[in-house]
Write a protein that binds this ligand. Sequence first.
Ligand code: NAG
Ligand code: NAG
Ligand code: NAG
Ligand code: NAG
Length: 443
Amino acid sequence: MSWIHSVLFLFLVFRWCIAGESSSPEVTDDGAPMEISEREALYSTIQGFLGDSWNGSDLYPDPCGWTPIQGVSCDLYDDLWYVTELTLGLVHENSLACAAKDWISLGSNLESLEFRSNPGLIGELPETFGSLTNLKSLVVLENGFNGKLPTSLCNLSSLKRFVLAGNLFTGTIPDCFNGFKDLLILDLSRNSFSGTLPSTIGEMVSLLKLDLSNNQLEGKLPQGISFLKNLTLLDVRNNRISGGFSQNVEKIRSLTDLVLSGNPMDIDDMMGIKWENMGSLVVLDLSKMGLRGDIPYGLTKLKRLRFLGLNDNELTGTVPSKELETLPCLGALYIHGNNLTGELRFSTKFYEKMGTRFKASKNPNLCQYDIVSESRSYVPPLGLKPCSKMKKTEGGLVILQTLRNLKKEESSSSMSLMVTRRVLSNGLTWDLLLELSLIVLLI
Ligand SMILES: *[C@@H]1O[C@H](CO)[C@@H](O)[C@H](O)[C@H]1NC(C)=O
Ligand SMILES: *[C@@H]1O[C@H](CO)[C@@H](O)[C@H](O)[C@H]1NC(C)=O
Ligand SMILES: *[C@@H]1O[C@H](CO)[C@@H](O)[C@H](O)[C@H]1NC(C)=O
Ligand SMILES: *[C@@H]1O[C@H](CO)[C@@H](O)[C@H](O)[C@H]1NC(C)=O
């Protein structure tokens, strides 16, 4: 198996770390002091990946000092530098020739182990990972690992960062997070994990980010999730999670990013949430969840909101445009693909600010309150019709549209506006106003 090759090179490095403790080792005399054997092992490890033409002593004479190597981190123990982190990039299947050995004795110095972006790394994670009890960071990102997670991972309770995203893991997520009191980041996204969410999730009291998106998880969010008082990101998009929301997530006041889209959440549960209590929210994605009813008014109280996704639900009723427009940070608003009705009353300025990050199309009964824009660059949002009546002329090529007279309160002048729109013979209006004639009548 190819993964074991890369792992064995780590072994080379850390075996030297351990051996160094018993005898008195030869130490480098320039730069950051480290054992010569440690440094040589590091060079040969990297050479194993990059080929014989790579000359470490030439390029990086002081790898823990003034010539740091990308992907290598060192720490100081007893006045000597040791490699504690090695990030493995692309490994070629035949770049190494090692016998598959048991590596249970791998150094407990190891604090960080990373396998990144290497689809050639396949097979199950080895049970022996569980012996790396000093690991603070385990990152297995975008490789080809598959199968179930070994339960020995439950041993890694010193972890602060645990990332298995973008592999092919299956089976349930082990329910053993009760010991993980220091864990800050748990990212198991983009795998094929199934079953319910582990109930011990709520015991990772330090957790900041929980990303379980794009799996096949089902059931309800466990109650314990409300105990994660420091959680800022909860992303469970594209699973089959069906509830347990209002009584839990609403209590996590620290949440800034909440992404629930693509889950068949229980509607009553979702619509019962008092959004106004979640004032830290910056990103809220509730798209593709089968939501029904009005757009919850509490959403208009979320002053920090930058992204609001409500698209592709079955929402009805009117859009609180005025209130949404007053949200000072809002930079993306998606309400398309619903059954919203009535007039949108966003201003030109709002549309100009949002650009393509506003979508309201595919709401058959929604229209835009007539906007009088003196800016020729103004383009109405795609797929929204104006609320004023459209009158087709015979022949269907040109229509004249008279927008209402506008009373300017301050100047007590009124303006009448005539807009000529070309209409394609099949009845579709062009999205751009091709001709715009303004007649301003000052009274
Ligand atoms: C690396 O370069 C040094 C001289 O700069 C040389 O002495 C050494 O043999 C080279 N090592 C390898 C593995 O080529
Ligand atoms: C888990 O850790 C204990 C010690 O804390 C150790 O005895 C055991 O072998 C470890 N399990 C695995 C699978 O490495
Ligand atoms: C939560 O965050 C606060 C402030 O950053 C910190 O003082 C506290 O220790 C954290 N709580 C836990 C359980 O980690
Ligand atoms: C949309 O709402 C209207 C009433 O406002 C209703 O007549 C229509 O059936 C609804 N369409 C869908 C697809 O739910």
